[in-house]
Design a binder for this molecule. Sequence first.
Ligand SMILES: [Zn+2]
Length: 204
Amino acid sequence: MKQDVSVPVRTSTGSMTALEFQARTGRGAVPGYLALELSRPLPDVCCRHGRPAVERRPGVVRFHQGTHGRVQSTWATSFFWGLRHYRRMPEGNTELHGDWPVCKRCLWQTLVFRLIGYVFALLGIIAAVALWMAAQAGIIKEIPMLVVLIFFPGWLPCGLVVAASAFGRATRYVRIRPIVDRATVVIRAHPNFAAAVAAQSEVT
Ligand SMILES: [Zn+2]
Protein backbone atom coordinates (compact mmCIF):
# COMPACT_ATOMS: atom_id res chain seq x y z
CA MET A 1 0.00 0.00 0.00
CA LYS A 2 1.34 3.40 -0.97
CA GLN A 3 1.39 6.20 1.59
CA ASP A 4 1.35 9.98 1.40
CA VAL A 5 4.73 11.35 2.42
CA SER A 6 5.21 15.11 2.80
CA VAL A 7 8.60 16.37 1.73
CA PRO A 8 9.78 19.97 2.15
CA VAL A 9 10.61 21.97 -0.98
CA ARG A 10 11.78 25.52 -1.67
CA THR A 11 11.71 27.85 -4.62
CA SER A 12 14.86 27.12 -6.57
CA THR A 13 15.17 30.28 -8.59
CA GLY A 14 13.45 33.08 -6.78
CA SER A 15 13.40 35.37 -9.79
CA MET A 16 14.03 33.69 -13.09
CA THR A 17 14.70 36.19 -15.82
CA ALA A 18 12.59 35.98 -18.96
CA LEU A 19 15.65 34.71 -20.83
CA GLU A 20 16.36 31.95 -18.30
CA PHE A 21 12.73 30.95 -18.42
CA GLN A 22 12.83 30.79 -22.20
CA ALA A 23 16.01 28.68 -22.10
CA ARG A 24 14.63 26.24 -19.54
CA THR A 25 11.15 25.77 -20.88
CA GLY A 26 11.40 26.86 -24.50
CA ARG A 27 8.43 29.17 -24.02
CA GLY A 28 7.57 32.70 -23.14
CA ALA A 29 6.90 33.67 -19.54
CA VAL A 30 3.94 32.04 -17.83
CA PRO A 31 2.45 34.03 -14.94
CA GLY A 32 2.83 32.15 -11.65
CA TYR A 33 5.46 29.76 -13.00
CA LEU A 34 7.10 27.97 -10.10
CA ALA A 35 10.56 26.35 -10.04
CA LEU A 36 10.94 24.19 -6.94
CA GLU A 37 13.67 21.97 -5.58
CA LEU A 38 13.83 19.51 -2.70
CA SER A 39 14.93 21.30 0.48
CA ARG A 40 17.05 18.34 1.55
CA PRO A 41 18.21 15.11 -0.09
CA LEU A 42 15.74 12.23 0.05
CA PRO A 43 16.77 9.13 2.06
CA ASP A 44 18.59 6.27 0.31
CA VAL A 45 15.37 4.36 -0.22
CA CYS A 46 13.44 4.23 -3.48
CA CYS A 47 10.00 5.89 -3.32
CA ARG A 48 8.22 3.31 -5.44
CA HIS A 49 9.49 -0.02 -4.09
CA GLY A 50 10.90 0.92 -0.69
CA ARG A 51 14.17 -0.86 -1.48
CA PRO A 52 17.70 0.37 -0.83
CA ALA A 53 18.71 2.91 -3.49
CA VAL A 54 21.59 1.95 -5.75
CA GLU A 55 21.92 5.39 -7.28
CA ARG A 56 20.29 8.80 -7.61
CA ARG A 57 18.92 10.04 -10.87
CA PRO A 58 18.64 13.79 -11.36
CA GLY A 59 15.29 14.63 -12.85
CA VAL A 60 12.73 17.37 -13.32
CA VAL A 61 9.10 16.60 -12.55
CA ARG A 62 6.70 18.87 -14.41
CA PHE A 63 3.23 19.98 -13.41
CA HIS A 64 0.30 21.80 -14.95
CA GLN A 65 -2.72 23.55 -13.50
CA GLY A 66 -5.46 21.10 -12.54
CA THR A 67 -8.78 21.60 -10.79
CA HIS A 68 -7.26 21.11 -7.34
CA GLY A 69 -3.69 22.35 -7.49
CA ARG A 70 -0.75 21.78 -9.81
CA VAL A 71 -0.98 18.28 -11.27
CA GLN A 72 2.01 16.12 -12.24
CA SER A 73 2.17 16.13 -16.04
CA THR A 74 2.05 12.62 -17.44
CA TRP A 75 0.69 11.45 -20.75
CA ALA A 76 -2.58 10.46 -19.06
CA THR A 77 -3.12 13.64 -17.00
CA SER A 78 -2.34 15.79 -20.07
CA PHE A 79 -4.74 13.76 -22.19
CA PHE A 80 -7.63 14.11 -19.73
CA TRP A 81 -6.87 17.81 -19.31
CA GLY A 82 -7.08 18.06 -23.11
CA LEU A 83 -10.49 16.38 -23.13
CA ARG A 84 -11.83 18.93 -20.67
CA HIS A 85 -10.29 21.89 -22.51
CA TYR A 86 -11.27 21.11 -26.05
CA ARG A 87 -8.16 19.43 -27.40
CA ARG A 88 -5.62 21.90 -26.14
CA MET A 89 -2.51 20.73 -24.31
CA PRO A 90 -1.90 21.88 -20.73
CA GLU A 91 0.85 24.40 -20.27
CA GLY A 92 3.45 23.50 -17.65
CA ASN A 93 3.41 25.94 -14.72
CA THR A 94 5.70 24.18 -12.23
CA GLU A 95 8.93 22.23 -12.27
CA LEU A 96 10.41 20.28 -9.38
CA HIS A 97 14.12 19.49 -9.47
CA GLY A 98 15.52 16.63 -7.45
CA ASP A 99 17.90 13.70 -7.24
CA TRP A 100 15.59 10.73 -7.03
CA PRO A 101 16.78 7.56 -5.27
CA VAL A 102 16.30 4.50 -7.48
CA CYS A 103 16.66 0.83 -6.63
CA LYS A 104 17.67 -2.07 -8.85
CA ARG A 105 14.05 -2.82 -9.62
CA CYS A 106 13.47 0.79 -10.76
CA LEU A 107 16.44 0.53 -13.14
CA TRP A 108 15.13 -2.74 -14.48
CA GLN A 109 11.65 -1.28 -15.02
CA THR A 110 13.13 1.77 -16.75
CA LEU A 111 14.86 -0.55 -19.20
CA VAL A 112 11.73 -2.62 -19.84
CA PHE A 113 9.52 0.45 -20.40
CA ARG A 114 12.12 1.96 -22.77
CA LEU A 115 12.18 -1.29 -24.74
CA ILE A 116 8.38 -1.35 -24.93
CA GLY A 117 8.50 2.25 -26.15
CA TYR A 118 11.04 1.49 -28.86
CA VAL A 119 9.26 -1.67 -30.00
CA PHE A 120 5.90 0.09 -30.34
CA ALA A 121 7.44 3.09 -32.07
CA LEU A 122 9.40 0.92 -34.51
CA LEU A 123 6.60 -1.54 -35.32
CA GLY A 124 4.46 1.16 -36.87
CA ILE A 125 7.34 2.65 -38.82
CA ILE A 126 8.16 -0.77 -40.27
CA ALA A 127 4.47 -1.29 -41.12
CA ALA A 128 4.32 2.15 -42.76
CA VAL A 129 7.35 1.37 -44.91
CA ALA A 130 5.87 -2.04 -45.85
CA LEU A 131 2.53 -0.45 -46.82
CA TRP A 132 4.31 2.23 -48.83
CA MET A 133 6.38 -0.39 -50.66
CA ALA A 134 3.24 -2.41 -51.37
CA ALA A 135 1.61 0.73 -52.78
CA GLN A 136 4.65 1.36 -54.98
CA ALA A 137 4.57 -2.22 -56.21
CA GLY A 138 0.88 -1.85 -56.99
CA ILE A 139 -0.16 -4.68 -54.68
CA ILE A 140 -1.76 -2.59 -51.93
CA LYS A 141 -5.22 -4.00 -52.75
CA GLU A 142 -3.93 -7.48 -51.99
CA ILE A 143 -2.97 -6.54 -48.46
CA PRO A 144 -5.58 -7.96 -46.06
CA MET A 145 -7.84 -5.36 -44.45
CA LEU A 146 -6.73 -6.65 -41.05
CA VAL A 147 -3.14 -5.54 -41.68
CA VAL A 148 -4.32 -2.06 -42.65
CA LEU A 149 -6.50 -1.90 -39.51
CA ILE A 150 -3.58 -2.99 -37.35
CA PHE A 151 -1.70 -0.02 -38.72
CA PHE A 152 -4.62 2.40 -38.44
CA PRO A 153 -6.15 2.83 -35.89
CA GLY A 154 -4.03 0.07 -34.33
CA TRP A 155 -0.65 1.71 -34.36
CA LEU A 156 -1.70 5.24 -35.20
CA PRO A 157 -2.69 6.40 -32.65
CA CYS A 158 -3.03 3.46 -30.19
CA GLY A 159 0.47 2.01 -30.57
CA LEU A 160 2.01 5.46 -30.44
CA VAL A 161 0.09 6.22 -27.26
CA VAL A 162 1.54 3.06 -25.70
CA ALA A 163 5.02 4.09 -26.89
CA ALA A 164 4.64 7.63 -25.51
CA SER A 165 3.35 6.46 -22.13
CA ALA A 166 6.06 3.80 -21.89
CA PHE A 167 8.77 6.41 -22.54
CA GLY A 168 7.14 8.71 -19.99
CA ARG A 169 6.90 5.97 -17.38
CA ALA A 170 10.53 4.93 -17.98
CA THR A 171 11.80 8.24 -16.62
CA ARG A 172 9.16 8.83 -13.94
CA TYR A 173 10.78 7.84 -10.66
CA VAL A 174 8.22 9.42 -8.40
CA ARG A 175 4.48 10.03 -8.19
CA ILE A 176 3.44 13.29 -6.62
CA ARG A 177 0.02 14.45 -5.52
CA PRO A 178 -1.24 17.80 -6.84
CA ILE A 179 0.80 20.63 -5.32
CA VAL A 180 -1.25 23.03 -3.23
CA ASP A 181 1.44 24.89 -1.32
CA ARG A 182 4.93 26.09 -2.13
CA ALA A 183 6.70 24.58 0.87
CA THR A 184 5.80 20.89 0.60
CA VAL A 185 5.06 18.25 -1.96
CA VAL A 186 3.30 14.99 -1.16
CA ILE A 187 4.90 11.88 -2.65
CA ARG A 188 2.91 8.66 -3.08
CA ALA A 189 5.48 6.25 -1.71
CA HIS A 190 6.21 2.84 -0.26
CA PRO A 191 5.88 2.57 3.57
CA ASN A 192 9.66 1.92 3.83
CA PHE A 193 10.29 5.28 2.16
CA ALA A 194 7.79 6.93 4.53
CA ALA A 195 9.64 5.40 7.51
CA ALA A 196 13.01 6.57 6.16
CA VAL A 197 11.73 10.14 5.75
CA ALA A 198 10.27 10.07 9.27
CA ALA A 199 13.61 8.84 10.66
CA GLN A 200 15.41 11.60 8.74
CA SER A 201 13.10 14.24 10.28
CA GLU A 202 13.80 12.92 13.80
CA VAL A 203 17.55 13.28 13.33
CA THR A 204 17.36 16.90 12.15
ZN1 LIG B 1 12.58 1.13 -6.89
